[in-house]
Design a protein around this ligand. Structure first.
Ligand code: KG4
Ligand code: ZN
Length: 365
């Protein structure tokens, strides 16, 4: 029996230190042999966002521990690896440097090829890791740090159709929870409150929805939520349970409307490429939202496009996606040398207009 192709992946671009081993056997079957994620939520919770210096230090302290755990859990050793794949950007630079330096050390010490991976490519290729989705497919990355539409044409060729020009929707969910006194992370608590709310009570904006193109904006919606809350507080002296529920329902519906409307536009562009097996994949923490998922599935049904969403543990930051993206680069004969550098910004589609700003959870690139 031939030995499976085996890749070690390392991820440290935001607030999760992660390492994983991914294999592909001679029949083409891809398997996640291990995936270790050490989160840092507790280290940052007092600050209302990820503190880059704290994150970098924690990554530097934990990345080798993660690698060791990933090798142990996969019951394998460095001598079994065919290559080391590492996130080389975009992200918080101190964290990315920690991962890249660790990967370089391992690659040099073990005499293995080093493969720098774009973190967004890791997310964007996850539907191939989990469901073997065929190129080209349409992808919506929607989380606390990302929000963009991509057409994945190959492991190295992505077309960015549009994305948020300010905040990511997850950030807006988190902010909404904060201003309404609901627990963090905001997505699940806002979703729960929304389940008993009246979405029509408050007239909230759908920013950029009527504008052509696939760009989105969520910061105005955040401000509108703040005004709506202040209006109730001024009128009644505080927020009741139903007020919170109605505000959350209104907010969630507004986000869902924007994502659905822009997905329709993105899908029209994608279908213009006459893909053999039209598929729309959604990934990122916000994809866990049942109402948002439902509207996206409806848009797919209307357009005869298959819908897929990787399991949540593979939608959020992890190293299995980096190992898999490395595997596809390895297949393409791509590797890096010791000059590989960490990049805070690294757009997947170099021909697209650069994004402005940086999300709470790192650069949007
Ligand atoms: O992908 P993720 O774990 O991390 C990054 O942002 O990279 O996404 C986390 C984001 C948070 O902002 C969280 O509030 C949001 O995803 N989220 C949700 C839900 N679950 C998590 N947003 C809406 N509805 C949910 N059920
Ligand atoms: Zn990410």
């Amino acid at each position: 029996m031939t030995r499976p192709l085996t890749i070690l992946g390392i991820e440290s671009s935001c607030d999760d230190t992660a390492a994983a081993v991914v294999t592909r056997d001679s029949s083409g079957q891809v398997r996640i042999a291990s995936s270790v994620v050490i989160g840092q939520t507790g280290l940052h919770s007092a600050y209302g966002g990820v503190v880059p210096e704290i994150a970098a230090r924690a990554h530097a302290e934990r990345v080798d521990i993660c690698v060791k755990q990933a090798l142990t859990q996969a019951n394998t050793a460095l001598s079994d690896m065919d290559a080391i794949a590492v996130t080389a950007g975009p992200g918080l630079i101190g964290g990315v440097v920690s991962g890249v330096m660790c990967a370089k050390g391992i690659a040099a010490g073990a005499g293995l090829p080093l493969i720098g991976v774009n973190h967004l490519a890791g997310h964007a290729l996850t539907p191939r890791l989990t469901d073997n989705v065929a190129y080209p497919y349409l992808m919506l990355l929607v989380s606390g740090g990302h929000c963009q539409f991509l057409i994945a044409r190959s492991a190295t060729n992505f077309i960015r159709l549009g994305g948020t020009i300010d905040d990511a929707p997850g950030e807006a969910f988190d902010k909404t929870a904060r201003i309404l006194g609901l627990p963090q992370p905001g997505g699940p608590s806002v979703e729960q409150a929304a389940s008993t709310g009246d979405a029509k009570r408050f007239a909230l904006p759908r920013p950029l929805l009527d504008k052509p193109g696939c760009d989105m904006s969520f910061s105005g919606l955040k401000t509108a939520m703040l005004r709506a809350r202040d209006g109730i507080v001024a009128e009644k002296g505080g927020l009741g349970r139903q007020d919170r529920a109605d505000l959350c329902a209104g907010f969630q519906t507004a986000v869902a409307d924007v994502l659905a409307g822009k997905s329709r536009r993105a899908m029209a562009l994608y279908l213009g490429m006459t893909p053999a097996i039209p598929t729309f994949a959604v990934a990122g923490g916000v994809a866990a939202n049942t109402a948002i998922r439902a509207v996206l599935e409806t848009v797919c049904r209307e357009n005869g496009v298959a819908f897929t969403a990787p399991p949540l543990a593979l939608c959020t930051d992890n190293a299995a996606m980096i190992a898999y993206a490395g595997l596809e680069r390895f297949d393409a004969g791509l590797s890096d040398d010791m000059t590989l550098s960490a990049r805070p910004r690294w757009p997947l589609d170099s021909s697209a207009t650069p994004m402005l700003g940086s999300g709470k959870k790192g650069a949007k690139a």
